[in-house]
Design a protein around this ligand. Structure first.
Ligand code: ADP
Ligand code: ADP
Length: 230
């Protein structure tokens, strides 16, 4: 997992996937993290795991998640910083759904400096707001630890209702219902989309057209990451 090193130890690689709910971050994060040997850190999956285990953090997050609103920055930042600092993240991480506000972006810089790294590249998956509703209301998520995602039309599982990877049951998230999707997209537009300019201004943004078949989006993402690794 730590990646092969030649004479010198390879520096950790930190990638961020940025995009609206339904843009394809989780789908692509799973492929990218495997390809580049990175830890996949999804803030949404971390919250859902806490919710399942009924931790204090899970109970707090649930109030916001069921409304489709962002969880407050302080708890979100603490949760992600703790996850990044564990040994299995030493080779770097593929951040999916974090940062989502300017305060989270600033905290991420500080956290990565402390770990001896930085945000190497932000992959912005661009999808029009009109396409998001159809993607989210057709999304099926696996209950297993990997939280694999499917779409009844665009990426169906081999057997309906069952995850191809680990055989667990697929379910539709409560917050993928149409009224919640509207709130979540609204949260994205007001609070998260300013990060596009923030990272563009720092020369760290790669913009990818996410409104194409999954494999073609993956191809462009691979190419963008390979370019910064050279
Ligand atoms: P999606 O993959 O569809 O964008 P996520 O699984 O990332 O959705 O997020 C689900 C919910 O979890 C969000 O609506 C929000 O309530 C909470 N959440 C996830 N990541 C963050 C974050 N970085 N900051 C605040 N809240 C978050
Ligand atoms: P996010 O993590 O950004 O919320 P997901 O990766 O969960 O997005 O994808 C949302 C839904 O859209 C899922 O049902 C997924 O199968 C589907 N999807 C992902 N990428 C594409 C794509 N390029 N074209 C069509 N559907 C896609």
């Amino acid at each position: 997992m730590a990646g092969s090193s030649t004479s010198a130890q390879t520096a950790a690689l930190y990638l961020v996937l940025l995009g609206a709910p339904g843009a394809g971050k989780g789908t692509q994060a799973q492929v990218l993290s495997q390809k580049f040997g990175l830890l996949h850190v999804s803030s949404g999956d971390l919250f859902r795991d806490n919710l399942k285990r009924e931790t204090e953090l899970g109970k707090l997050a649930q109030t916001y998640m069921t409304r489709g609103e962002l969880v407050p920055d302080d708890v979100t930042i603490k949760m992600v910083a703790e996850r990044l600092g564990r040994p299995d993240g030493a080779a770097g991480a593929m951040l999916d759904g974090f940062p989502r506000t300017p305060a989270q972006a600033a905290a991420l810089e500080t956290t990565l400096v402390a770990l001896g790294g930085k945000v190497n590249l932000v992959l912005y998956i661009k999808v029009s707001p009109e396409a998001l509703m159809e993607r989210l209301t057709g999304r099926w998520t696996c209950r297993g630890a990997g939280a694999h995602v499917y779409h009844m039309k665009h990426n169906p599982p081999r057997q309906p209702g069952v995850c191809d990877v680990d055989g667990t049951e697929l379910y539709q998230r409560d917050d993928d219902m149409p009224e919640k999707v509207s709130t979540r997209v609204g949260e994205y537009l007001t609070k998260t989309s300013p990060l596009i300019e923030y990272y563009r201004g720092r020369g760290r943004l790669a913009e990818i057209d996410g409104e194409r078949p999954i494999e073609l989006v993956t191809k462009d993402l691979f190419a963008a990451v390979e370019a910064v690794r050279r």
